[in-house]
Design a protein around this ligand. Structure first.
Ligand code: FES
Length: 251
């Protein structure tokens, strides 16, 4: 259950272009968070909390790692906080990825840019269940690549950059045909990427995280409404998601 907690910054490091990894300490959140959930951070000078997904949890050290791109005033503010600073957080928030694989099944992880972090926590949890993991991770350019080694420790990992400056050139969807039979896929990234993936993977069992589309994060702004059928049905990404079965929502 989500709670209002204080989290202390233990570590802060730049790990790619404009991308910061931050380790936060909190006993309750580190012991209850599941992959795909996010933290809702209160930042100085900002009325609305910022949702940032969880990229790793260490229950023993009681830490939660987040990774974010410095793109606007909120993330700039967060990046400026020194080690030892305490942040007011609502968490763990949202509904995460269901973990239902059978032993020895093959799971495909498809991440794009800042959608990659929540998939790392997911991949680690899946690995504990003795499944084969294949990861396809897409980034804009060489300078924006992160976590390649971490994913490679868990299974075959293919890096794709849009400009071809590292790994394969193009989009994650260009290499999906190279990945042989899979039992389930999990994906998170920009909307056009998710649209292309769900079209290409139609008929396959999968889950997608739509966290990129969130606004207020608490069900108040309706910025995150997504249709679920042709008859006016909808769901809120922040309340009902951010993770959905791929077939359940219309992108
Ligand atoms: Fe505001 Fe969902 S993000 S209602």
């Amino acid at each position: 259950m989500m709670r209002k907690e204080n989290m202390v910054i233990l570590k802060k490091s730049p790990i790619a272009q404009d991308t910061i990894e931050m380790v936060l300490e909190n006993k309750y959140i580190s012991n209850t968070a599941v992959p795909g959930q996010f933290l809702h951070l209160q930042l100085k000078g900002h009325m609305l909390r910022r949702p940032i997904s969880i990229s790793q949890v260490d229950e023993h050290a009681e830490t939660v790692t987040i990774l974010f791109k410095v793109v606007g005033s909120g993330t700039k503010e967060l990046a400026s906080y020194p080690i030892g600073n305490s942040i007011d957080v609502l968490g763990p928030s949202g509904n995460g990825f269901p973990l239902e694989p059978k032993a020895n099944s093959t799971i495909l992880i498809i991440g794009g840019g800042i959608g990659v972090p929540p998939l790392y926590y997911l991949a680690r949890k899946l690995k504990e269940q003795q499944v084969n993991i294949v990861s396809v991770l897409g980034f804009q350019t060489k300078e924006s690549v992160f976590y390649e080694e971490k994913f490679a420790e868990l299974g075959r990992t293919i890096i794709v950059t849009n400009d071809g400056s590292y790994g394969r050139k193009g989009f994650v969807t260009n290499v999906l045909d190279d990945v042989s039979s899979i039992d389930c896929y999990y994906s998170c990234g920009p909307l056009p990427m998710l649209q292309a993936i769900t079209a290409q993977m139609a008929g396959k069992h999968g889950y997608i995280s739509l966290e990129e589309r969130m606004g207020c994060g608490v069900g108040a702004c309706f910025a995150c409404v997504i249709p679920t059928d042709d008859c006016g049905g909808y769901k809120k990404i922040c309340k009902d998601g951010p993770v959905f079965p791929a077939q359940e929502v219309q992108l």
